[in-house]
Ligand binder design. Structure first.
Ligand SMILES: NC(=O)c1ccc[n+]([C@@H]2O[C@H](COP(=O)([O-])OP(=O)(O)OC[C@H]3O[C@@H](n4cnc5c(N)ncnc54)[C@H](O)[C@@H]3O)[C@@H](O)[C@H]2O)c1
Length: 713
């Protein structure tokens, strides 16, 4: 396959990039662009050159698969390609449709003129991978659109339509109908008028108050980018476009790009990017696995979760029946949905008519018969196996053949729930996170009898509603909550030993978590974990009781919703204020346990909490509950606020070194207050550590959900 199709027509050389689907700038494509430019320049018949992509993309940018091997840097390296295009002695015109992003946009900036479709997608997404544009984007883009607009795009990584730059020198013409036609007309006029070649590097870059503006942006971005380095470094490079000449600015860009490329932050963000892609690949499913059509959905239960779940479908135009047991609960649920949409309209993020049509897609009902025609029913009723049993029996009786039945349970056994029906092959878990219309993560729980086509259908549907789906096997808490359970336990032990909720939260937030465990629990509702703890106490009577947490709940301190929790909250505000009432409970329980409070370092807090996630994650891998370590990272990044610049718990452990992790766990086990069993490293960790490997090297475990179910209850 030729990466660039070359043809000459009426004095114009057309270089059509052909690296489907999105013309990623692979080594082969870069080489052929250079060859095509040289050939056209050397051909006396050619008077102008057009660089064009396909409908989906001019070019989506660098081929990040090449980062690992080295082909990314191989000659011709993208900055050199852009320079060669720009140095061409005949006019080069970029014909832009679809994605024109990152390196693709930089290639277009190397061209002398640009003709675009109004809806072409313009972006510099590099910051999302912990990088900055590295092929002249930081220097050429501000010369065409101005410093402020350039910074907005480069620092945010946002995608905008080309039409946003109408009237700026970025776009010389906008194609109304056919892009080829528009380019042909543009080239004809260009040649007729004998316009000189215009190289962006030669254009000035000015701003009336550059220094002040850059300083202001730096401060604003530093507070918004939550510890990420790339956005701030992007300002440094773009700033050089106004404060220095083109070549000096290019040197700044090159230096910053090189430093970021080898930073932990960028490695972690790149891992996160590939991890999310990998999560959609599921063992036992292929592109050929048949899928069922989902044209209508029913949601049972209109409580905290049901309303948000229903909104996901209405948002993409899928009609939803919302079923409830009681009229009052149904009315409350529908009112909650309306309020959410009204809020979005008030923020200007949704048109009122669009909100109204989404609400109209949600049909409230008290009659199970209304679920008869649904292609998928998602149950979100009380977390009680007996209630689930009656609901699943009732649904099984009315639902049509071939319809899929999903449960949103957080902790119950999906195999048992499936067994309540006569169609266990059509049952699986769809574990949404609260608020369900906002949180990206969806754990798709594959039960023992779930049919491949049912799983494949739900994975596609997840994509349709914009969720990041990860497949989990059946066990108590699935991937995310099972791990958070171990993490929360450590957080509570730290209180007994001498830390305060504020110190624990502060340490984790410094590490980069969006919220520490106590603030998170206050937000989610402390009653939820209390309910789970009480069940665990019943199932494992020998298990140590977490008295501090229980006492906080016994006082009705359920968190933000009650104004009191681990902290106290003032009306209308979300600031977590330490509360002497909680301090007193902690002091009393320490006394009862005969523990002398000790000073605990932030490093110990972070290591204990993060390694408790890692150890439980390793068990989850061993048992085949998660397919791969990176799936666990996706769960933690998309659902639990794990710092993306650290790539997820399993990746982070690998970067730290599993040998170090094992040694730290041995130290923690030696603490007189520790539960040594808790800190016994999973066999997988010790094996990988001994071999000097990471979780990335772990072979997929054979699935044994039943064994896993026994392990955790
Ligand atoms: N709240 C969370 O953060 C969260 C997160 C993930 C999953 N979940 C799970 O989602 C499910 C629902 O949780 P929730 O927090 O929305 O509970 P909720 O108590 O807020 O809502 C449950 C709703 O189900 C209704 N209901 C009960 N029995 C019914 C029946 N037989 N038919 C129809 N409706 C019935 C109730 O009237 C109530 O409105 C549980 O399984 C829970 O474990 C909850």
């Amino acid at each position: 396959m030729t990466a660039v199709r070359y043809k000459v027509d009426k004095g114009i050389a057309w270089l059509a990039m052909n690296n489907p689907p999105l013309n990623a700038l692979s080594h082969a494509l870069r080489s052929e662009i250079v060859r095509g430019i040289h050939r056209a320049v050397a051909d006396p018949k050619v008077r102008a050159i057009v660089l064009i992509g396909n409908d989906r993309a001019f070019s989506s940018g660098g081929d990040i698969k090449e980062f690992a091997g080295g082909a990314f840097y191989a000659d011709p390296f993208l900055p050199a390609v852009v320079d060669i295009v720009e140095a061409a002695s005949k006019p080069v015109i970029a014909a832009i449709s679809g994605a024109c992003m990152g390196g693709g946009l930089e290639l277009a900036l190397g061209c002398h003129y640009r003709v675009a479709r109004a809806d072409a997608k313009i972006a510099f997404p590099e910051v999302k991978l912990g990088l900055i544009p590295g092929a002249g984007g930081t220097q050429r883009f501000p010369r065409l659109v101005g410093l402020e607009a350039a910074l907005n795009l480069i620092v945010s990584g946002a995608t905008v339509p080309a039409s946003m730059f109408k009237g700026t020198p970025l776009l010389d013409a906008i194609a109304k109908d056919s892009l080829e036609e528009a380019v042909r007309d543009f080239a004809a006029t260009l040649l007729k008028d004998g316009k000189p070649i215009r190289r962006v590097r030669d254009l000035p870059c000015r701003h009336p108050q550059a220094e002040a503006f850059l300083q202001f942006t730096k401060t604003a971005v530093a507070s918004a980018s939550r510890g990420l380095a790339a956005p701030g470094r992007a300002i440094e490079a773009v700033g050089a476009a106004v404060t220095q000449g083109f070549d000096a600015g290019m040197a700044v860009e090159r230096k910053v790009f090189g430093e970021l490329m080898f930073s932990e932050e960028s490695k972690s963000l790149r891992h996160a990017f590939f991890a999310e892609r990998a999560a959609s690949k599921v063992a036992g499913l292929t592109d050929k696995t048949p899928q069922r059509t989902i044209a209508s959905v029913a949601v049972v239960g209109a409580g905290t979760m049901g309303g948000g779940i229903a909104m996901n479908f209405a948002n993409v135009g899928i009609p939803v029946t919302l079923l409830e047991a009681k009229q009052e609960a149904l009315d409350r649920g529908v009112a909650g949905i309306r309020k959410q949409y009204e809020g979005t309209v008030a923020k200007g993020k949704l048109k009122a008519e669009e909100a109204a049509s989404r609400v109209a897609l949600i049909k409230p009902s008290l009659d199970y018969a209304a679920a008869a025609s649904a292609d998928l029913v998602i149950e979100a009723v009380f977390e009680d196996l007996e209630v689930k049993k009656s609901v699943f029996r009732a649904l099984d009786a009315v639902m049509k053949r071939g319809a899929i039945l999903a449960t949103n349970t957080s902790t119950l056994d999906v195999d048992r729930i499936a067994a309540f029906t006569k169609r266990p092959g059509d049952v699986l878990g769809m574990h949404f996170f609260s608020p369900a219309n906002i949180m990206k993560l969806l754990e798709v729980v594959r039960a023992k009898k779930t049919r491949p086509e049912v799983l494949a259908t739900v994975m596609s549907l997840a994509r349709r509603i914009g969720k990041t789906a990860v497949v989990s096997g059946v066990c108590d808490g699935f991937i995310g909550n099972r791990m958070i359970n171990a993490y929360s336990k450590q957080a509570l032990l730290l209180l007994e030993e001498g830390a305060s909720p504020k110190q624990v939260d502060g340490a984790l937030e410094m590490f980069g978590f969006a919220m520490g465990p106590f603030r998170m629990s206050d937000l989610a509702g402390n009653d939820i974990s209390w309910h789970i703890r009480k069940r665990h106490y019943e199932e494992h009577p020998k298990q140590r009781k977490m008295r501090i947490a229980d006492r906080v709940c016994e006082l009705g301190r359920f968190g933000q919703k009650t104004g009191l929790g681990w902290y106290r909250y003032e009306a209308g505000r979300r600031d977590a204020i330490p509360d002497p009432v909680v301090d007193k409970i902690i002091a009393e329980e320490r006394k009862a346990l005969k523990i002398e409070a000790r000073k605990i370092s932030d490093a110990e807090i972070v290591d204990r909490l993060v390694y408790s996630l890692v150890n439980e994650g390793a068990h989850i891998l061993e048992e085949g509950i998660a397919q791969r370590a990176s799936d666990i990272d996706v769960v933690y990044l998309a659902g639990y606020g794990f710092p993306v610049q650290r790539g997820g718990p399993m990746f982070y452990a690998g970067r730290t070194g599993l040998g170090v992790v094992v040694r730290r766990m041995q130290e923690f086990a030696a603490n007189s207050h520790a539960d040594p069993g808790f800190w016994k490293p999973a066999r997988l960790i010790t094996q990988l550590a001994a071999a000097g490997k990471t979780f990335e090297d772990a072979l997929p475990a054979r699935k044994s959900p039943s064994k896993a179910g026994r392990r955790r209850g």
